[in-house]
Design a protein around this ligand. Structure first.
Ligand code: GLA
Ligand code: ZN
Length: 683
C-alpha cells in the first residue's frame, strides 16, 4: 500500500471551495459583487472554486459568437487572490439557440417522445452535432486558458446521467451489440429470446421496448455507461491535447444506479462525488454509516484519495424536508469525508442564486450577502482548520477488508423477476448488514466491484452475489486458498453475465469454494420470520437465537470439510444448515444462507473481527455514536473522532503519543467531544 499520493492539483493543501456562478451576477446590475466574493472567499479559507459549470449560454450567446470576457475577468480575479479554478466544460446544459436550431440533440424518452428544451442534462450523448459543439467550446476554453495561472483542474460536464432513445442511440446500441455478440444467434442465446417468441431476426428490431428480456435490460444499461464514457472521452480529447498537465475529474453521484462508475475510473485522473446526506431525517448513525460507505466506495474506485466536490453548507432544496444542520455537524460531516480519504471539502454552492430552481438551496453566502451568518462562520472555521491539515494531502487509508458492491449485479437483481420482487435491498444489505457492523467497530473497508484485485485484502464480503461474471469464482477461490476469508450469502451464484441461470446447481461456479449446494430458496412475507440457531461451541462466539427474514436458502453440505455453524429452527427445513464455513487451502469461505436480523450481523461480524484479528482504526472502547477513522501519510497517523450524536461524548485515550492535529497540543487522557463535535489527532 502506498502511504501517500501526490496532490491532485498544484495545491499542496486540502481543497476548500465550491461551485461558483458569478455569471448569474452581472457587474452591470450588481456592481462590486465579484469583489465581495473574493473578500468573502479569503475570509472563508477558500482555495478553489468550480466555475463555468452551466455557463454555455454566457460563453457562446449565439452560435459561433463567443464571449470569454467575463470568464477572463473572473479567472484573473481568482488568480490575483490566490484561488484556483476548477474550470468546467459546459455540456451539462445547452443554450436555447442550440436546442432550437438542432432539435436532434434533444433527448428522446424510452417511449419515443423528444424532450422539450428546459431543465438540464437533457442532451443526446450520441449526437454528432452535440459532440461537435462540445468539442468546439471545450477546445476554445483549453486554448484560451491553458496557461492561465488559475487553471488547476477540469470539471467535466456535471453529474453525467440519464439516457436517450433516439434513432442515433438505437443504432449505436445495435453496433455495440454486434461487437459484443458478433452474430444474432449468439445474442438470441444470451438473451434467451426463444422464450415468448422474442427471437430477433434482424439487428434493426432491437430496442429497449421489452423489459421482460433481462439480458437486453442489462446490456442496455452497460451500453448507456459505455456511451457516456465515450462521450466523456470525446469531451476531454482537446483538454488532454492542449493541457496535458491539468487533472481531469467529473462529479459522480454516489450509488446512482444509472451508470457503472467503475468504467469512469480510467478516464478520470481523480474521482470526486457530490454528497448530500439526509441529516436529521432518520437516525444520525444510519445516515453517517451510509455516507461512510459511499465515501469508501469513491476512494476505492482509484484506491487513492478522492474529492468531495459538492456538499451543502446548510440545507438542500430537493428533499421533502431538509432540516438545518445542527451546529457542529457541518464540520463533523465534512471531516468525515476527509477521514475516509477526501482531499477536498467543497460545496454547492458558494452564493445562493437569486432566482430559479435553486434559490433556496444552501450556500456559503446567503441572500443577506455578508459573512455574519451562522453558516458562513461554520464554513470559515472549517476552512481555517483545513489549512492546518496539509499533512493529510494524499494520505492513504490502510484497509484489509473489502465489500463487493457491484453495479451490474445490482442491475441484474433489480431486473430479475423471482420469488421475491420487493425489498431485495441489495445496497442496503451491503451497507447495513455488513458495512455498518465493521464501521461501528472502526474497521476500515474498501467497496469494490467483483472484477477488482483481491490480493490486498484479508477479508472479502460479497453479499447477494447473484451474478457471477466469468473468472470471478476462480479469483475468489484463489483468494481463499491463499489465506483469505470470503463471506457470501443467500441468493448468490444464480446467473452468469447475461443473466442466464447456472445449470449445474446453485451457487453455480461458487460451489467449489463454498462446498454447498443451494437446492431451493424460501422467501418469507414481511411479517414472517424463520429462526437461526447457532451450533454449540461456535467459533465466532454466536450464542443467541436470531431471526431470519425475506430469504432462506435450503442448502446441502457438499465438501468433506464443511462445518455447519448454525441451523434453521422452524418449519419443514428445521435442522438444515443456515450458516456454513468451508476451510479451503489456507483460508475459509462462509455462506450465510438467510437474511438475518441486525443482531446476527453485528455478532457475526464482531466474531470475524476477533477471529481474523482485523486491524481497527481504534482498538479502545468508544461511546455509541462515535466513529473513528484513520489516514496515514507514511510518517504520521491521523485519527478522526467524529461524534454523530446530539450529546457530548468522552473517549478514553491512554495514548501518550497523540497530539491534536490542529493545535499541536498533547492530547490528554480523555478526549471530550461536544454534541456533533469532532477532533483530529495525530501521532
Ligand atoms: C447536484 C448538482 C448541482 C446542484 C446540486 C443541488 O449535485 O450537481 O448543480 O443542483 O445538485 O443539491
Ligand atoms: Zn440519442
Amino acid at each position: 500500500m502506498i502511504d501517500r499520493f501526490p496532490p491532485v492539483t498544484r495545491i499542496p493543501h486540502l481543497l476548500h471551495g465550491g461551485d461558483y456562478n458569478p455569471e448569474q451576477w452581472s457587474p452591470r446590475k450588481y456592481p462590486d459583487l465579484w469583489d465581495q466574493d473574493m473578500r468573502l472567499m479569503k475570509l472563508a479559507g477558500v482555495n478553489i472554486v468550480s466555475v463555468g459549470i452551466f455557463s454555455w449560454a454566457q460563453l457562446e450567446p449565439l452560435e459561433g459568437r463567443f464571449d470569454f470576457g467575463w470568464l477572463d475577468r473572473i479567472l484573473d480575479l481568482l488568480a490575483e487572490h490566490g484561488i484556483a479554478a476548477n474550470l468546467a466544460t459546459p455540456s451539462g446544459a445547452k443554450p436555447n439557440w442550440m436546442a432550437a436550431k438542432y432539435p436532434q440533440i434533444r433527448r428522446v424518452t424510452a417511449d419515443g417522445h423528444r424532450d422539450l428544451q428546459g431543465g438540464r442534462h437533457n442532451h443526446c450523448y450520441t449526437s454528432p452535432v452535440y459532440r461537435a459543439k462540445v468539442k468546439k467550446i471545450n477546445t476554445r476554453l483549453a486554448q484560451r486558458y491553458k496557461d492561465h495561472p488559475a487553471l488547476a483542474m477540469w470539471h467535466i460536464s456535471n453529474e453525467y446521467g440519464g439516457e436517450c432513445h433516439c434513432d442515433l442511440c438505437k443504432e449505436a446500441f445495435r453496433a455495440w451489440l454486434r461487437k459484443r455478440y458478433r452474430t444474432l444467434e449468439e445474442l438470441n442465446h444470451a438473451w434467451w429470446t426463444t422464450f415468448w417468441s422474442h427471437r430477433y431476426q434482424d439487428w434493426s428490431q432491437i430496442e429497449l421496448i421489452d423489459r421482460s428480456v433481462h439480458g437486453l435490460v442489462l446490456d442496455w444499461k452497460r451500453f448507456v455507461t459505455d456511451q457516456t464514457v465515450d462521450f466523456m472521452r470525446h469531451e476531454i480529447e482537446p483538454l488532454r491535447r492542449l493541457t496535458p498537465g491539468i487533472p481531469i475529474t467529473t462529479n459522480m453521484m454516489g450509488t446512482y444506479p444509472g451508470l457503472n462508475y467503475w468504467k469512469f475510473r480510467d478516464v478520470c485522473d481523480v474521482v470526486c462525488w457530490d454528497s448530500y446526506p439526509g441529516w436529521h431525517t432518520e437516525s444520525e448513525m444510519k445516515t453517517a454509516s451510509w455516507t461512510a460507505f459511499v465515501h469508501d466506495l469513491n476512494r476505492s474506485l482509484k484506491r487513492r484519495p478522492f474529492l468531495l466536490m459538492e456538499s451543502t453548507p446548510s440545507q438542500v432544496n430537493w428533499q421533502q424536508v431538509s432540516p438545518l444542520k445542527r451546529p457542529g455537524l457541518h464540520r463533523t460531516a465534512s471531516l468525515q469525508a476527509v477521514a475516509h480519504g477526501a482531499d477536498a471539502v467543497m460545496y454547492f454552492q458558494w452564493r445562493k442564486s437569486r432566482g430559479s430552481a435553486e434559490k433556496f438551496h444552501g450556500a456559503v453566502v446567503d441572500h443577506v450577502g455578508h459573512e455574519h451568518t451562522r453558516v458562513f462562520q461554520e464554513v470559515a472555521a472549517l476552512g481555517a482548520d483545513l489549512k492546518k491539515l496539509d499533512g493529510l494531502v494524499g494520505a492513504s487509508n490502510p484497509v484489509e477488508t473489502a465489500i463487493i458492491y457491484d453495479w451490474e449485479n445490482g442491475w441484474a437483481l433489480e431486473a430479475e423477476q423471482g420469488p421475491r420482487n420487493t425489498n431485495k435491498d441489495y445496497a442496503r444489505t451491503c451497507s447495513r448488514d455488513f458495512y455498518d457492523p465493521l464501521w461501528k467497530h472502526h474497521v476500515p473497508v474498501d467497496i469494490i466491484d467483483m472484477d477488482q484485485e483481491l490480493a490486498p485484502y484479508r477479508l472479502v464480503i460479497a453479499p447477494m452475489l447473484y451474478m457471477v461474471r466469468p473468472g470471478v469464482a476462480q479469483r475468489l477461490q484463489t483468494f481463499v486458498e491463499r489465506g483469505g476469508t470470503l463471506v457470501t450469502t443467500y441468493f448468490s451464484g444464480l446467473v452468469n453475465e447475461s443473466d442466464l441461470c447456472f445449470l449445474d446447481g446453485f451457487p453455480g461456479p461458487l460451489k467449489p469454494v463454498l462446498g454447498i449446494w443451494a437446492e431451493e430458496t424460501d422467501v418469507l412475507p414481511d411479517d414472517r420470520e424463520q429462526m437461526v440457531v447457532p451450533a454449540a461451541g461456535h467459533p465466532l462466539g454466536l450464542k443467541a437465537r436470531y431471526a431470519a427474514r425475506h430469504y432462506c436458502d435450503l442448502i446441502h453440505v457438499k465438501g468433506d470439510q464443511v462445518r455447519v455453524l448454525a441451523t434453521y429452527g422452524r418449519d419443514f427445513y428445521a435442522g438444515r444448515p443456515a450458516l456454513t464455513v468451508n476451510p479451503l487451502g489456507c483460508g475459509q469461505a462462509y455462506y450465510i444462507a438467510s437474511r438475518n436480523d441486525q443482531r446476527f450481523c453485528d455478532d457475526f461480524m464482531a466474531g470475524l473481527i476477533r477471529q481474523l484479528k482485523l486491524r481497527r482504526n481504534w482498538a479502545g472502547t468508544t461511546p455509541p455514536g462515535v466513529s473513528v477513522q484513520r489516514r496515514n501519510n507514511g510518517k504520521q497517523d491521523f485519527l478522526f473522532f467524529l461524534n454523530f450524536t446530539d450529546a457530548p461524548r468522552t473517549i478514553r485515550l491512554n495514548r501518550p503519543t497523540l497530539r491534536d492535529a490542529l493545535t499541536g497540543k498533547k492530547a490528554g487522557a480523555a478526549l471530550k467531544l461536544p454534541p456533533y463535535g469532532s477532533a483530529v489527532l495525530a501521532s
